[in-house]
Design a protein around this ligand. Structure first.
Ligand SMILES: Cc1cc2nc3c(=O)[nH]c(=O)nc-3n(C[C@H](O)[C@H](O)[C@H](O)COP(=O)(O)O)c2cc1C
Length: 449
């Protein structure tokens, strides 16, 4: 009997919590925001609850207004290595940019994490939406959206070849014969492309998963095509089950178009739950957070999404839809569309809109008792809208505890969430195959898949 389909649940840890004012909340651990022990404890908690992975976002620039929010960036691989040392089964996913890194360095970083963690690494592939990053890498301006994706395609092809450049059985490691590696099974990649020239091979053996898991998070047209070609897991933001279902169906169709198995591409929207014992209590909790927001910060966020600077506008007046330029900022193409959909659907005031986005930057925010949250998760999961979720706690650590103490037990009771890990690697947790080296496949006249 085939095993029942179960939810993939990642813990998306954002310093300070996902709500933009979380650090000011009466119960927030705001003093521990740079304390690795604090994050190790959160990761151990997620592991004890058999969640699939922890995820750490990144951007190589100080993009947000840190005057009002704990929005700085610890470097993900450094952070994940410390988490790897404190855990043994939970997956470790971190962001790295194809626009502001070199393939050889990135290939080494993630392959090393995969070795050190015995096969738990995942790479969230982003092209970086923050234009401010360009000035940190000697570029006159941030590359255009389409070009960023063109570079990203070549980047991933090069990294894949580097991860495959040692065949799985290249390491002999035999002191008696004095042979460490079979160098016939270690291959240069000799890549010459539009953006990169990379000789290879990589300078370390093939990692436990063969290749760390390919995660991707863009939802624009370019982003979707890129995801359908390369991603094994897709992070996405949706406000409604309808929009999530449409995205889900579109991606699976595009994946088939590339000759790939859609069951090997996991689609994971974000969910940020405000949990209370009653609806009223949950609403009060969310209100308490929204009362802490600071318009200076929220309007800066809104400008990143819409390109509009609304400083000086009446916050309780209607959002000035007529000021929006069609096509809008291309930095976060899909998020721009998401905000536009909220405005057209709900005609909010400026304050209502920034409160909507304050929760989780456009991701699904839901408030209610545990049963309501579990029902909603089950409806998206069984309704063709998701294979699981990035759980985005509004604040830390309480938002994590509320989800693991009150919602996860309900999901387990319904058979929707795992009772225990059945494997050791992130690929095992996600139900993904381990890819063969393209060189081994070529040598054997087969394909790598
Ligand atoms: C769950 C999730 C996590 C993301 N994490 C990052 C991140 O860590 N760094 C980043 O630059 N962008 C991140 N993004 C943004 C995407 O990479 C991308 O820029 C955005 O979705 C817009 O892509 P698009 O222009 O293809 O629509 C994330 C998006 C989602 C949905």
């Amino acid at each position: 009997m085939s095993q029942r389909r179960q939810l993939i649940l990642n813990l998306f840890i954002y310093p300070g919590g996902h709500h933009e004012a979380a650090w000011r909340f009466r119960d927030a651990a705001y003093k521990q925001v740079l304390d690795i022990g604090f994050y190790q404890a959160l990761a151990r908690r997620a592991e004890a609850e058999k969640m699939d992975a922890v995820f750490f976002a990144d951007g190589p620039a100080l993009a947000d207004d840190v005057r009002y929010a704990q929005r700085f960036r610890l470097e993900p691989l450094t952070w994940l290595s410390a988490i790897a040392a404190a855990t043994s089964r939970i997956g470790l996913i971190g962001t790295a940019s194809t626009s502001y890194m070199e393939p050889y360095n990135l290939a080494r970083l993630y392959a090393s994490l995969d070795h050190l963690s015995h096969g738990r690494a995942g790479w969230n592939i982003v092209t970086t939406s923050a234009p401010q990053a360009a000035q940190n890498f000697g570029l006159p301006e941030h590359p255009p959206h389409a070009e960023r994706y063109a570079r990203a395609r070549e980047f991933v092809d090069v990294v894949t070849q580097l991860w495959d450049s040692w065949e799985d059985d290249a390491v002999i490691n035999d002191p008696a014969s004095g042979i460490f590696a079979d160098t016939d099974r270690i291959h240069p990649i000799d890549h010459v492309g539009q953006y990169f020239r990379v000789g290879g091979p990589l300078n370390l053996p093939r990692s436990p998963q063969g290749r760390p898991v390919y995660v991707q998070a863009g939802s624009s047209e370019d982003g979707r095509a890129f995801a359908a070609r390369y991603a094994e897991a897709i992070f996405t933001a949706h406000q409604t089950v309808e929009s999530a279902k449409a995205f889900y169906a579109d991606i699976r169709q595009q994946v088939r178009g590339f000759g790939r198995d859609p069951d090997h591409v996991k689609i994971l929207p974000g969910i940020s739950p405000f949990i209370g014992s009653t609806q009223a209590e949950a609403d009060r909790l969310q209100e308490e957070f929204n009362d802490l927001i600071q318009p200076g910060y929220s309007l800066a966020q809104l400008r990143q999404f819409t390109g509009l600077d609304l400083a000086g506008h009446d916050l309780d007046g209607p959002f000035p839809r007529h000021l929006i330029e069609i096509g809008g900022p291309r930095g976060l193409a899909s998020r721009f569309q998401l905000v536009l959909d909220i405005v057209d659907r709900e005609r909010p005031t400026i304050r209502q809109l920034v409160q909507r986005l304050a929760g989780a930057r456009g991701h699904w925010v839901i408030a209610g008792p545990p049963e309501k949250i579990a029902d909603a998760i089950q409806a998206w999961f069984e309704g063709g809208a998701a294979d699981g979720f990035n759980v985005m706690p509004p604040w830390l650590p309480g938002g994590v505890h509320a989800f693991t103490d009150h919602v996860l037990p309900l999901l387990r009771k319904r058979g929707l969430a795992r009772l225990d890990y059945s494997g050791a690697t992130l690929r095992d947790h996600y139900g993904l195959p381990r890819p063969r080296s393209v060189f081994a496949a070529a040598g054997a006249g087969g394909t790598s898949t």
